[in-house]
Design a protein around this ligand. Sequence first.
Ligand code: MRU
Length: 346
Amino acid sequence: MSEKIFTVRLAEAENAVEILDQTLLPNCIQYLRLETAEQLYEAIFELRVRGAPAIGVCAGYGMYVLAQKITGEFLPEFHRLGEYLISSRPTAVNLSHAVERMISCAEQNSSDPEQLLSALKAECTAICDEDKAMCRAISEYGLTLVKDGDGILTHCNAGALAAVEYGTGLGTLLLGKERGYNFHVFSDETRPLLQGARLTSFELNHAGIDVTLICDSAASMLMKQGKIQACFVGCDRVAANGDTANKIGTRSVAVNAKYHGIPFYVFCPSSTIDFSCNSGEDIVIEERSGEEIKSKFFAQPVAEPEVKCYNPAFDVTDAELITAIVTERGIARYPYTKSLKELFGG
Ligand code: MRU
């Protein structure tokens, strides 16, 4: 993304988290200052800041901002605020990972009030810096899987807007562009919140990458026509066996890719692996309002008010459907219980 646009950062005065309001993209670039727990919760819940790594970075900075305002007994209040933020979105594990890191840092430093805030500042800065480094390393590994001229199908948005720099699923494409690769990217629109249309095509277009927006339902036909050489997706929580929760519709892409013999790659920083989940059965799937399907991006509702909706925000792609999981430590292949353990010792 251009130097001028950022996804999430700590305000210079350290009294707020500043985010780009992604609900307004691509029509308006507007930043928000989040100073209270309620504002942080609302921004995450409403997807003003979204994408698993970006939510984690926002929560880390948010906990530091909130820590500075606690006047009573510190640790119980810090725990309460952390639980509150975690409850804003259940599926992306980066959120709870970041909050838990901040809480554990507070516990280790709570006996020394002088030290406490500087330790928390160092921890949230580390969460952000580690995310940048992980995305960069993932992008390097990703480049070993593709060649110049490949057609790549993306789902949702796993770029710099979903992280801090590069992103995961789009990082390879952005890094490849810097190195002179010419990819042909097909960004599926990703109903119902249109992250592919509003965010991925915006991000790639601004990076000068050849991107074509398609309806989700067109992907299978493009695969049959030989236009797609690989599918790239991010993830919100990866279980120990490789089952992967990501934006609703990811599993359809993976099933289609398998049928057409096209590699399906998941790009995954270690902050998104949850070894406490043995399989996808253990992953909680966020369910969102039916209004997102019926009316959110339409001038007029597209279904009658009494029509029932079911709007799971994520699905779980079975490990068997995933050609490889690309991490900052290397590329894991099926069976993932073994390969992820070898990379991360989980
Ligand atoms: O609901 P969202 O927009 O937060 O969902 C985001 C995704 O599903 C991304 O693919 C995932 O978080 C990976 S981002 C690097």
